[in-house]
Design a protein around this ligand. Structure first.
Ligand SMILES: Cc1cc2nc3c(=O)[nH]c(=O)nc-3n(C[C@H](O)[C@H](O)[C@H](O)COP(=O)(O)O)c2cc1C
Length: 407
């Protein structure tokens, strides 16, 4: 992954997650980016301008009315001499000010004066994120064209608090920055097309508290849905349980089991293309106990499994089959042979094969190494962020639909 020669303006807001920005700056510089930093007054309560400046390799900018700073760079140059503006952590307060167009300090003035894309990585208490005021500001910023990464679900810094509001990890933010700066499919490449995307794992209950599932994070499927929406498609995403936000501009249906996923996917037909990224559990418990199974004197209960419906094969053989059916194949051995065999057996047009052996870190991770298997042959793609993989795949889908081919 490279951000060689890219200029990033990082605006650090006043939240606990500001400490993660130190790592973010390091990650961005490792990738070859130049990082200029603006810190709000509150941000300086959480990390020092000295640490930030040391990691950025240039001094952090903090004050709108600092004559030296204004003479040296100036707020308008800060706002314009960059390729992307990143706000991390984007606090509830900063989001509110941006949504209102407030410009009463250096950070907010720069954010209002910039003509570049702005990517926000929100971080706040789940109650603050869920508050109607923050919901309004979020929607406003999306319609103003801002991009978002996260927030994710998980433990908060405050003891005992959990939910949606955790800032995305530095590597996720770096991947989103790369995505925002990478060549995207044209905004109109999928205009007038309808796409179905499945994503995440499925969760198959054993009893009221236990289930069978897998490590899929939904990152790849959600990235495909988002990229397709950005290319102008009407996208229906059917997602299993994941800890990441619904992609913006996409209609998302949440399901738990493979059978629910199949019903929701079939209900979305007809579509022009279906991209089945979800890691659908192959099996479910034959019998779902209505009460929690109890330990029985050293004798574990026998768990009988039955096969789940195959969502990809069912879509590929459906009476209203999409023109293009793309499946993802997660394999731990014989990647290409298994993918070729799957292409034929499932009746789909392309298989996107990825090696998910534990040592690759693909499942649940941020990057993906793809082999695209079509009826014509196999293409090896370089290791790229899941967002970049999604952009490239969506472009291929747009080209294939335009040409009317599925080979
Ligand atoms: C210990 C502490 C942690 C905080 N963490 C957050 C946070 O994670 N997200 C947030 O939106 N506000 C948080 N706040 C509140 C903000 O610091 C406050 O709203 C501030 O005005 C935000 O300033 P900014 O606009 O410069 O980001 C926190 C406050 C304190 C005292």
């Amino acid at each position: 992954m490279s951000l060689q020669g890219k200029r990033i303006l990082l605006v650090i807001g006043g939240g606990i997650a500001a400490y993660k920005c130190l790592d973010l700056i390091r990650r961005l510089r490792e990738r070859g980016a130049r990082v200029r930093v603006v810190m709000t007054r509150a941000a300086q309560e959480f990390v020092t301008p000295l640490s930030v400046s040391a990691l950025a390799g240039e001094r952090a900018h903090n004050d709108l009315f600092d004559p030296a700073s204004e003479f040296d760079v100036g707020h308008i140059r800060l706002a314009r001499e960059t390729d992307l503006v990143v706000v991390a952590p984007a606090t509830a307060d900063l989001m509110a000010k941006m949504a209102q167009g407030v410009a009463n300090d250096l950070a907010t003035t720069v954010l209002l004066a910039t003509d570049k894309k702005i990517l926000l990585a929100p971080a706040m208490n789940p109650q603050m994120w869920a508050h109607p005021a923050t919901r309004r500001n979020h929607a406003r910023l999306i319609s103003d064209g801002c991009l978002f990464v996260g927030p994710n679900a998980g433990e908060m810094a405050e003891a005992g608090e959990a939910g949606l509001g955790r800032m995305a990890e530095p590597l996720e933010i770096a991947a989103a920055i790369e995505d925002a700066l990478s060549a995207e499919p044209e905004r109109t490449a999928l205009q007038g097309r309808r796409l179905l995307v499945t994503s995440g794992p499925t969760l198959e209950p054993i009893d009221p508290v236990r289930f069978l599932s897998n490590r899929s994070s939904g990152r790849q499927g959600h990235a495909v849905a988002y990229a397709a929406a950005r290319a102008g498609a009407d996208v229906i995403l059917v997602s299993g349980p994941v800890a990441i936000s619904d992609p913006i501009g996409v209609r998302t249906t949440h399901v738990e089991t493979a059978r629910e996923m199949l019903t929701a996917a079939e209900a979305a037909l007809p579509v022009d293309a279906a991209v089945c990224v979800a890691a659908v559990a192959d099996w479910r418990a034959d019998h779902q106990a209505s009460e929690k199974l109890k330990k029985q004197k050293g004798k574990p209960p026998a768990l009988a499994l039955v096969e789940n419906p195959d969502v990809l094969a069912r879509i590929a053989h459906h009476a209203r089959r999409p023109k293009l059916v793309v499946g993802f194949a997660a394999e731990t051995e014989n990647l290409i042979e298994n993918a070729r065999e799957k292409l034929a057996r499932k009746g789909c047009d392309w298989i996107v094969a990825n090696d998910v052996s534990a040592e690759t870190g693909v499942l649940g991770g941020l990057a993906n190494q793809i082999h695209l298997v079509t009826r014509k042959g196999v293409e090896a793609w370089p290791l790229q962020s899941k967002e970049v993989v999604a952009g490239v795949l969506v472009k291929r889908i747009a080209d294939a639909l335009k040409a009317g081919v599925n080979a």
